[in-house]
Design a protein. Structure first.
Length: 336
């Protein structure tokens, strides 16, 4: 327990960690200031106009659904511009997750219900970057400066020391992420109440937002563990940064171009970013051009999807493999 407390104090005292927290606060403040500057409380006239537009759009959706049913039944001749899905239920307003609302037609008004999820994605992206950089620098600086050697003189158990460092990092990051998320969304909810609109927050709003938040926290912790593991293997913070840069340039950009030239089928399956997007959003859709090259005319659905389960398996598998390798190498490495 003394080891964990000592590591927590060391983590909080690191200047890089303090700088990243400061950048988080600055980014938060800039986003809040920008939102306040671009939002206003809607007037009764604006609300009335927006409600009328939303009602018109719902009516148009109902008419389109009714027209689709009549065409399918053969009682109406379709026009050239008619959109006919395979099943008219796909455009049934009664089955839509979200119908047009007045908040969708307000200009210059911050609507919390509409903006909460994009804002949360922004916070998750920043925290994931924060976790990776802090995780890499936390162990990389100690390995490069000899801090780990000094710590082992006090507690000569390598696996316990490295495990305490990783556990302290993940625990501290989890607490910071939870506090930052509550403060972040809470402030924007207040902005919506005071200088905009709260919007529709009933139904599945909070549950869906909670799912995104939970997935984001997992991603943040995985990013921190990944940075920690790569820096441990490379014995330096720059090893983690170089590895990420090399992967992005050589594989995500270079290999993607090669796959396009070679016309590889579904190249997104080989990209880590695809699985990251699938995990974070629940499902990622990609276009497969080769699916519609069979020479047969008519409708062709060339999209395919990656679900959250394969995304989680790939991310967890990669992180776990690197963490295990880092512990195995650290156990046998000459640290002097």
């Amino acid at each position: 327990m003394n080891l964990v407390r000592a590591e927590l104090e060391r983590l909080a005292a690191r200047r890089f960690v303090q700088l990243m927290v400061l950048l988080l606060v600055v980014a938060f403040a800039v986003t809040v200031a920008t939102t306040l500057a671009g939002s206003h409380r809607p007037t009764p006239v604006e609300l009335s106009r927006a409600q009328a537009q939303a009602a018109d759009e719902v009516r148009n959706l109902e008419l389109a659904h009714d027209r689709c049913l009549r065409i399918k039944a053969g009682t109406l001749t379709p026009d050239e511009n008619d959109y006919l899905p395979r099943d008219c239920a796909q455009i049934d307003p009664a089955r839509m997750e979200k119908l047009p609302a007045a908040s969708d037609y307000l200009s210059g008004v911050f609507v919390f219900a509409n903006e909460a999820e994009p804002l949360l994605y922004f916070l998750i992206a920043f925290l994931a970057m924060f976790g990776f950089l802090v995780g890499a620098s936390y162990i990389g600086a100690d390995l490069n400066s000899g801090g780990v050697v000094n710590l082992l003189l006090w507690r000569p158990r390598r696996i316990a020391v490295l495990g305490a460092k990783l556990g302290t990092l993940l625990g501290g990051l989890l607490g910071l992420s939870a506090l930052a998320s509550v403060a972040y969304l809470g402030v924007f909810w207040l902005i919506g109440e005071a200088s905009g609109l709260a919007g529709r927050m009933g139904g599945e709003f909070w549950s869906s937002l909670g799912v995104v938040w939970g997935r984001g926290l997992v991603l943040v912790l995985l990013a921190a563990a990944l940075g920690f593991a790569v820096a441990t293997l490379g014995r330096h913070t720059s090893a983690a940064l170089g590895t990420v840069a090399a992967y992005l340039v050589v594989w995500e950009l270079g290999a993607r171009l090669v796959f396009q030239i070679l016309e590889v089928t579904r190249p997104e399956r080989f990209m880590l970013s695809s699985y990251l997007a699938a995990w974070l959003s629940g499902e990622a859709r990609f276009w497969d051009g080769s699916a519609c090259d069979d020479g047969i005319g008519g409708f062709c659905d060339g999209f395919y999807t990656l679900g959250w389960a394969p995304g989680l398996v790939v991310l967890l598998g990669l992180t776990a493999a690197l963490v295990v390798a880092a512990f195995a190498v650290f156990r046998r490495r000459d640290l002097i």
